[in-house]
Design a protein. Structure first.
Length: 537
């Protein structure tokens, strides 16, 4: 509006200047008439205005109304402009926010475009955990460890990325599965090359420090060996002991060799001070764990052996088991585990127990037969004895026939049973007759012979036999002192050459060599022979 007013004022000024310029050019007469002319023009203009008003009154009314409307609208526009001016800061802030959001969306769009471009590479990265798991399940541990190292390197470079953190977590889970698989392989049958490979993988995986790795290795091999022992069938003791020995011989040897091959060169020897090692050597450090474990296994083996040996009741089987155990000790001696010296007490005790039981069974049977035997002649047996005596070599000393027991024993069943029983004991002993048991065996045999002789002496002293029966019994006593005891002593000397003197034949037969006591008439006789002396023996 101010611009329009200024424009109108300038036009009127130009008209006024032009009019004044015309006035200056008028004459005086013309100037005197000028007021009237001006009034006439004014009247004419008034009449024209009135006529125009009458003619165009509608336009004037519309113009007035339009002006009024325009003024009202201008007032509304002014109010809206004030409100707009008040809202302009918020609009400016919203525009700034939009600009920032647009920049962020543009950056994300750029990232998504880059992601789309690198989609094959990212897909391969996301498949690393599955690929590592497949390698573990198929036994490709080296490839699995390479993938693990790749992810670990990527984690160092991009530790802040969530996708990398997720990959690391999944790879660690696969690593745990691989560790479980490697430890399971160590608990099974495994040869040295595979064992070296597995321990190498464990070292790359690095779940344990080196001392713990050695302990875990021995723990796994212990579980494998214990499982093998548990699977053995102990129904047949002889086969059980042989298989138990074979298991320890093979497995202990393999484990010690594997341990030496894997861990013997892990640390360098200690520096020496004054020509003496300032610490334990590499060999002693490496061997400490494995030999402690081997000692534990050998103690278990010896305790098991001591528990099952009493169930072996045959000397031949016992000798075979001893030979098998000695071979095991000799084989393990190549790796420093020779335990043969510890076997001697176990087998000595069993040999002595087996021999003592056999001797006791023979003497018990002798006592039982002596109590019920009828002292009568057996014609057929006597004829055979006389025939054998006529063909015997007269130069052979009494009781020292190398071919077999004296034929005179065929006339006396209790003596034959006693002799056969003692020979059976010698047959069990001859398979495994330790020289260290010579004195103990001689003592058992000496007491058994003395006890048998005392039983016969007591029988003679307490039984009143008829003349015929008495003759046969006295012949039996003569055979006992002159044939059985010397023959048994000679047999002992054949088992232990040069040790026959340990059996004192004179002392063993002293009870029967003494003159028999006179039994007075009317003295009551016991119903059976007294066996307390033999039983105590």
């Amino acid at each position: 509006m101010s611009t329009t007013h200024s424009y109108a004022t300038g036009a009127e000024r130009e008209q006024a200047e032009a009019y004044f310029s015309d006035l200056l050019s008028y004459s005086l007469e013309r100037l005197s008439k000028e007021p009237e002319l001006l009034r006439a023009d004014q009247d004419q203009l008034r009449r024209q205005a009135q006529e125009a008003t009458k003619t165009h009154y509608r336009a004037f009314i519309a113009a007035a109304e339009g002006l009024e409307t325009t003024l009202a609208e201008l007032e509304g526009v002014s109010c809206h402009l004030d409100a707009l001016a008040a809202d302009l800061p918020a609009l400016s802030s919203a525009c700034d926010t939009f600009t920032q959001s647009a920049a962020q969306f543009a950056a994300k769009r750029s990232e998504n475009k880059q992601l789309l471009k690198q989609h094959p590479v990212l897909l391969e990265l996301l498949e690393v955990p599955q690929l590592m798991d497949a390698c573990v399940r198929n036994g490709n541990y080296d490839d699995a460890l390479d993938l693990r190292a790749f992810v670990a390197k990527m984690a160092l470079l991009h530790a802040d990325l969530k996708i990398v953190q997720q990959l690391v977590a999944e790879v660690e889970a696969a690593s745990e599965a691989m560790l479980a698989g490697l430890m399971a392989k160590l608990r099974g049958p495994i040869q040295l090359p595979e064992c070296l490979r597995i321990v190498g993988c464990l070292r790359r995986l690095a779940p344990f420090p080196e001392p713990e790795l050695r302990r875990r290795f021995l723990q796994c091999r212990e579980e494998w060996l214990a499982e093998l022992v548990r699977e053995l069938d102990d129904t047949n003791v002889y086969e059980y002991v042989k298989r138990l020995t074979d298991v320890h011989r093979l497995q202990l040897f393999d484990v010690v060799m594997q341990f030496r091959a894997i861990f013997s060169d892990d640390s360098s020897p200690q520096e020496t001070v004054g020509g003496t090692s300032s610490g334990t050597s590499t060999e002693s450090r490496d061997g400490g764990a494995v030999y402690s474990w081997a000692q534990h296994r050998l103690v278990f083996y010896l305790e098991t052996l001591a528990g099952v040996l009493p169930r072996i009741g045959e000397g031949g089987s016992l000798a075979s088991v001893l030979e098998h155990c000695m071979y095991c000790g000799m084989s393990l001696g190549r790796v420093g585990l020779d335990f043969r010296g510890l076997l001697v007490p176990l087998f000595e005790a069993q040999v002595l127990r087996l021999y003592a039981n056999s001797v006791k069974a023979a003497t018990d049977m002798f006592v039982m037969l002596l109590d019920v035997h009828k002292w009568v002649a057996m014609p057929a047996v006597a004829a055979r004895v006389r025939q054998a005596g006529s063909t015997a070599d007269p130069s052979t000393p009494k009781g020292e026939d190398s071919a077999g027991p004296p034929y005179a024993l065929l006339e006396h069943a209790p003596l034959a049973v006693l002799t056969n029983g003692l020979l059976a004991a010698f047959n069990e002993l001859r398979h495994c007759a330790p020289l260290s048991l010579c004195s103990s065996v001689a003592a058992i045999l000496q007491e058994a012979l003395e006890g048998a002789v005392r039983v016969m002496a007591h029988y003679r002293a307490t039984r009143a036999l008829e003349d015929t029966n008495s003759v046969h019994f006295e012949a039996a006593c003569t055979a006992m002192t002159g044939s059985v005891v010397p023959y048994i002593a000679a047999c002992f000397g054949r088992i232990y050459p040069g040790q026959g003197k340990l059996i004192d034949v004179r002392r063993a037969t002293a009870a029967l060599n003494a003159p028999p006591p006179v039994v007075e008439e009317g003295t009551p006789q016991p119903a059976s022979s007294d066996t307390s002396a033999l039983t105590s023996a």
